[in-house]
Design a protein around this ligand. Structure first.
Ligand SMILES: [Zn+2]
Length: 631
């Protein structure tokens, strides 16, 4: 809305006065119409969670499609434009599995691999996803069992030194926790093991921590942690490009990041059978047990669907603020990620009510529910790959909600550009701002936005300890009984999401972390373990930038991260995740870890910084930034 001045005659001035008054009233009433955090309803969040979590939402399954339809209905009812993005992807179904103890005379004692549910919670016993590892290898293996601790590279290297060639052909028994499970299986494979069994130790989230379900929130002996063992993101057969119809696809044996040995998740009870009467040994090494194992799969492609709701911005439609949560799960998925999905749908409902009152966001808002996150951020990665060019040009921020109400402890992380907005929203919601708002680690849907499109990202939620992670026991029962009986934690998470989204939807909100990005990069560089002369160019370019950014702040500072995207369409040169962890200057760090010459990666990072200087801080032509940062 605009009010024209100029050479108006006195009678019109009176009219103008009236128009201004009218405009002000209209603006005021539009502000009144804006969504308010107190419109978030704990009761509605509870009802949404029940609706979503009536069955496991395994990616590509009919149950997952029913949840997708539900999300689409909520977005549609809220007055949003609904987008359903479908991709045919490689997520092999497990069609059978077996694990048997072998006795000295060649006899076989099969172990029960199912996960017992709770009598107190009928949902936990219904229509389970079989205990499995996503994107593991199909096949058979047989051999002596070796206990490999947490399954780190160092533990396997030490085992190799101690046990020698005997390790070849053995089956690794690995304790969950610490590093990402896909790295555990890959480390076992690299050490020569032909199969891997990953178990949940009672000390980590079971009886060693407190009362187990149904008497407390911890994992009973029969509880099992499913999960992906893929060491990559997105559809494994289309790494770096979208799995749209007609796309080039790799053969599964040529796909990077897929493990080549079969693996299975085990309950603590079954692990105890392998450990024998003395229980888990103090140190890694041979167990008495010999086993045979088998994993059967149907490798046919499955269709996944991301469901998004769009509200076009009234002032800056070409600036996008995105809020997303993954919708798929391994079990009923109440905490992971019914909580985040319910929160996103609740934000949609509150926005919808405000739009009925005449409110519009100034920037465009995009609410997303992703599919197949659990298999390796597949749905979000494919969507980002498909829209990479537009996201580089338009995205202001991506906010992620994954497992946002699994306890009472608030936590958050974000890239430097969102620190100010996140701190302000936390303060307004009465939440203590976490002392360290570092860049989020890997393992959820913010990763492709940051690494493939250079978008500023944030993640936040309430966490606590429990034993239902990736289990059939992750149901509304555990939430209602132990984790958030009155749904106030869900409501606080949704309120923060709404407030932060609203703040970022305001065209005046500046997303600017350029000085902080540069400072953090300088700190990371000092810790990287190289002699200063080798890094002199890189460090000098960072200092140039620091000075230039202070002298003339860039017009679109939220695009800073985009300058670090390599010209070949690969991942960010500034920051990258690996499993649950992450690294600054990832290619330099990887070269140092592998013992190769870091000079080429240092040169690539230095060139990226030069691009920042000449094309970002010094040049007014912002359109230039919309293209991938190659020349
Ligand atoms: Zn999750």
């Amino acid at each position: 809305m605009s009010v024209h001045g100029g050479s108006l005659a006195p009678p019109s001035a009176i009219l103008l006065g009236n128009t201004v008054t009218l405009a002000c009233l209209l603006l005021l009433s539009l502000q009144d119409a804006a969504p308010r955090p107190d419109e978030v309803s704990a009761e509605r969040l509870h009802a949404t969670l029940i609706e979503l979590c009536a069955e496991p939402r395994l990616a590509g399954s009919p149950a997952s499609r029913r949840a997708a339809d539900y999300a689409a209905q909520v977005f549609f009812a809220a007055g949003m434009r609904v987008e359903e993005a479908r991709y045919g992807v490689h997520l092999p179904r497990q069609t059978g599995a077996e694990l048997a103890l072998l006795d000295a005379r060649g006899g076989r004692v099969p172990l029960d691999l199912t996960e017992a549910g709770l009598a107190a919670d009928p949902l936990s016993r219904r229509a389970q996803v079989p205990p499995m590892h996503g994107l593991t290898a199909a096949g058979k293996a047989q051999g002596r069992v070796v206990f490999a601790g947490r399954g780190t590279r160092e533990e396997f290297a030490e085992l190799r030194t101690r046990l020698g060639d005997a390790l070849q052909g053995s089956i690794a028994l690995v304790r969950y926790g610490g590093l990402y499970r896909g790295l555990k299986v890959a480390n076992a494979e690299a050490a020569g093991c032909t199969g891997a069994l990953l178990y949940t130790d009672a000390e980590d989230d079971g009886a060693g921590r407190g009362a187990v379900l149904p008497d407390g929130p911890y994992r009973p002996e029969s509880g099992i942690q499913r999960g992906s063992v893929f060491n990559g993101d997105g559809d494994p057969l289309t790494p770096g490009w979208a799995s749209v119809p007609g796309a080039r696809r790799l053969a599964p044996n040529a796909a990077p990041g897929l493990v080549q040995i079969p693996s299975l998740p085990l309950s603590a009870g079954n692990a105890a059978r392998l450990f024998g009467p003395d229980g888990r040994p103090e140190r890694t090494g041979w167990l008495e047990a010999r086993v045979s194992m088998r994993v059967d799969q149907d490798p046919a492609a499955v269709e996944i669907v991301d469901v998004l709701g769009w509200i076009e911005g009234a002032v800056r439609p070409d600036e996008w603020v995105l809020l997303g949560a993954h919708r798929d799960s391994w079990g009923p998925g109440a905490t992971d990620n019914g909580s985040g999905t319910s929160a996103v749908l609740e934000v949609a409902r509150v926005l919808g009510a405000a739009m009925e009152r005449g409110w519009r966001p100034e920037r465009t808002l995009v609410l997303a529910t992703w599919d197949a996150e659990e298999w390796g951020l597949v749905g979000s990665t494919e969507w980002v790959e498909q829209h990479r060019g537009e996201l580089r040009e338009k995205a202001v921020a991506y906010l992620n909600m994954d497992s946002v109400a699994s306890g009472a402890e608030f936590g958050a992380s974000c890239t430097p550009g969102l620190v100010a907005a996140l701190e302000a929203a936390c303060t307004a919601e009465g939440l203590a701002v976490p002392a360290q708002l570092g860049v989020p680690g890997g393992g959820s849907d913010h990763v492709p936005f940051l690494e493939l499109a250079g978008v500023e990202v944030a993640g936040f939620g309430f966490h606590g300890s429990n034993g239902v992670y990736h289990s059939a026991l992750d149901t509304p029962f555990v939430v209602e009984t132990f984790l958030d009986p009155d749904f106030t934690i869900h409501a606080r998470a949704a309120r923060l999401a709404l407030r932060l989204t609203m703040d970022l939807a305001n065209a005046d909100t500046r997303v600017d972390g350029v000085p902080a990005w540069i400072l953090q990069a300088e700190i990371a560089l000092a810790e990287i373990g190289l002699a200063p002369p080798q890094l002199a160019d890189l460090a000098a370019r960072l200092q140039d930038l620091q000075r230039a950014a202070a002298a003339a702040p860039p017009a679109a500072p939220h695009r800073f991260g985009r300058c670090f995207l390599p010209a070949d369409g690969g991942r960010s040169l500034l920051w990258r995740s690996s499993g649950y962890a992450s690294a600054w200057f990832p290619e330099v760090a990887a070269a140092l870890a592998d013992g190769t010459d870091p000079a080429p990666s240092i040169a690539r990072a230095t060139a990226a910084l030069e691009r920042v200087g000449t094309r970002f801080l010094g040049v007014a032509d912002q359109a230039d930034l919309s293209r991938p940062s190659g020349r």
